[in-house]
Design a protein around this ligand. Sequence first.
Ligand code: ZN
Length: 86
Amino acid sequence: MKEPKSMDECSFFTRRVLSDGTKTVAWVPVGQKFVNVVYDCGACKHHGEITQEFQKPITFNCQKCGIEIIVEPLKGKKGKKKKKAE
Ligand SMILES: [Zn+2]
């Protein structure tokens, strides 16, 4: 599986290192409803790739040790948004 060369090729892209050390790269190709995930499991160091239906948060199980990996959404990029501008 190849990572997208440019952001123009995907409608969603995230690269995250989770609290347990799991490294994930996830993206949704433009016009598609599935997400590609490439990960390095923090628990067993397995390097794997998964393609599944896109839903948030992206959740899957390591294909080797079975641990649940959750790519939690980023919390508030810039401050908190409690109210939407009208
Ligand atoms: Zn694992």
